[in-house]
Design a protein around this ligand. Structure first.
Ligand SMILES: Cc1cc2nc3c(=O)[nH]c(=O)nc-3n(C[C@H](O)[C@H](O)[C@H](O)COP(=O)(O)O)c2cc1C
Length: 167
């Protein structure tokens, strides 16, 4: 089984989680790459796709990457977000990501919080459409932390077990 961990990250939070997922996969044949330089998904059986939640949704570059994944592939999503873990805002982004994968098998999702620069929070608080999540993001200063990374490693292993069971 060949596994690709493909991620998009602007400030390093999602990249950190991607590295943990890669570690958690153990000795399976695997590759990790930024979405911008990722090899063709067709060569892999399972594709982990990671992104920062942006505007309650999936960044456009990730959307494009998802649409190019061939039908029938197994996909698992991970994301970092300033809003609360498991909160409605982050879950909405996962729903949207899943809606883009109608012809693929979604194994599961993993989300954890990712810090946002204080200056950015200050600016976002002034925009009504961002105020809600920006308020929550104020307490994500240390994330992703070691507990988030450990959860990501365990989740990755669990996704791999699921993928094998579906073979
Ligand atoms: C332009 C922009 C929009 C964002 N929109 C949201 C959002 O809607 N909801 C949320 O929870 N976090 C949002 N965030 C916070 C990021 O998802 C979070 O900081 C993430 O961990 C960044 O990951 P990265 O370092 O991999 O880029 C936004 C951040 C930026 C820069």
């Amino acid at each position: 089984m060949k596994v690709l961990v493909a991620y998009y990250s602007e400030t390093g939070n999602t990249e950190k989680v991607a590295q943990s997922i890669y570690e958690g996969l153990g000795f399976v044949e695997k590759k990790i790459a930024s979405i911008k330089d990722a090899p063709r998904a067709a060569q892999f059986d399972v594709i982990f796709v990671g992104f920062p939640v942006q505007n309650h949704s999936v960044p456009a570059v990730v959307e494009k990457f998802l649409k190019r994944i061939p039908a029938g592939k197994k996909v698992a999503f991970f994301a970092t977000h300033g809003s609360l873990r498991g909160g409605e805002l982050a879950v909405t982004a996962f729903y949207y990501a899943c809606s883009l994968t109608a012809n693929k098998k979604v194994l599961g999702t993993y989300g954890c919080r990712g810090k946002v620069k204080p200056k950015m929070i200050e600016a976002l608080m002034k925009r009504p459409q961002d105020k809600y999540w920006a308020l929550e993001a104020q307490s994500a200063t240390g994330n992703p932390d070691e507990a988030d990374c450990e959860d990501a490693r365990k989740w990755a292993w669990w996704m791999l077990m699921k993928a094998r069971a579906l073979e």
